[in-house]
Design a protein around this ligand. Structure first.
Ligand SMILES: C[S@@+](CC[C@H](N)C(=O)[O-])C[C@H]1O[C@@H](n2cnc3c(N)ncnc32)[C@H](O)[C@@H]1O
Length: 245
């Protein structure tokens, strides 16, 4: 399962990084490049693990804020961008190739913070990932992540009609004529994510669904989101803030 996701990222990492050309920063929502949500203040001196660091833009930002950052990703191509970015910004980040569902390279109680932005739509076995995140975090450690809100993708982009079922969860395959691999993603219900966190031993402190009902509030984001009318109707991002206990 993970292998098909890795293959996709090895194939598309270069065009992804060139197309979106993300700034260094924590892009929680995909519709703004600002860390305006202040989700991870005060990370200086903390041991931080990014679970799916991609091109390293978030890891480098947190290293610049004084955290000791480890960035983990499935894709060697993504990690190669991340290493170059860290070198360009003179940021000291350790990058490791691996799967968020098996953090066996890290000992128990190794981190104060685990986080990611827009990674869990690629992960089928969230329960395994959350168990591992719980294991490697210290007591009271923060686990913060954003992901595509599962209701947003159900609406047809032009008509805004709901064309797909919220209850059709699990593996979704999208084929592209010009690529040799299919894009495999996973749909998780909000309750599934919440309950998997609780089952892994986390205390969920906040759930956020950032957004506004005014289309004028949406700028084109780093992923080229150009649907302000739809964004003003449905939340596009789901955020969890949890604590290890
Ligand atoms: C959309 S990118 C997001 C990266 C980064 N947060 C950003 O803001 O650009 C998703 C990343 O998740 C990684 N990924 C997907 N599934 C993974 C898994 N099971 N383990 C580790 N990384 C994974 C992919 O390789 C890819 O680099």
């Amino acid at each position: 399962m993970t292998e098909e996701v890795r293959e996709w990222w090895e194939l598309t990492a270069r065009s992804f990084q060139e197309d979106i050309d993300l700034d260094v920063g924590v892009n929680w929502t995909g519709t703004t490049t600002d860390d305006d949500l202040s989700l991870l203040p005060d990370v200086a001196g903390e041991d931080v693990l990014e679970l799916g660091c991609g091109g390293g833009q978030c890891s480098v930002e947190l290293a610049q804020r004084g955290a000791n950052v480890t960035g983990l990703d499935l894709s060697a191509e993504q990690l190669s961008f991340a290493r170059d970015l860290a070198a360009e910004h003179d940021a000291d980040v350790e990058f490791v190739q691996g799967d968020v569902t098996d953090l066996g390279t890290f000992p128990d109680d190794a981190f104060d913070v685990a986080f990611n932005a827009y990674v869990f739509q690629w992960v089928g076995d969230l329960a395994a990932c959350f168990r591992e995140a719980h294991r490697v975090l210290r007591t009271d450690g923060r686990f913060v992540f954003s992901m595509p809100h599962p209701v947003y993708g159900l609406a047809e982009p032009e008509s805004h009609r709901v064309e797909e079922s919220y209850f059709d969860t699990g593996r979704q395959v999208t084929a592209y004529d010009d690529l040799d691999a299919d894009m495999v993603t996973y749909r998780h219900r909000v309750s599934d994510v919440h309950n998997a966190l609780v089952d892994a031993g986390f205390r969920v402190e906040r759930v956020r669904e950032p957004g506004s009902d005014d289309p004028a509030d949406y700028e084109e984001g780093p992923w080229g989101e150009r649907r302000p009318e739809l964004l003003a109707k449905l939340p596009s991002t789901l955020i969890f803030e949890a604590r290890q206990e």
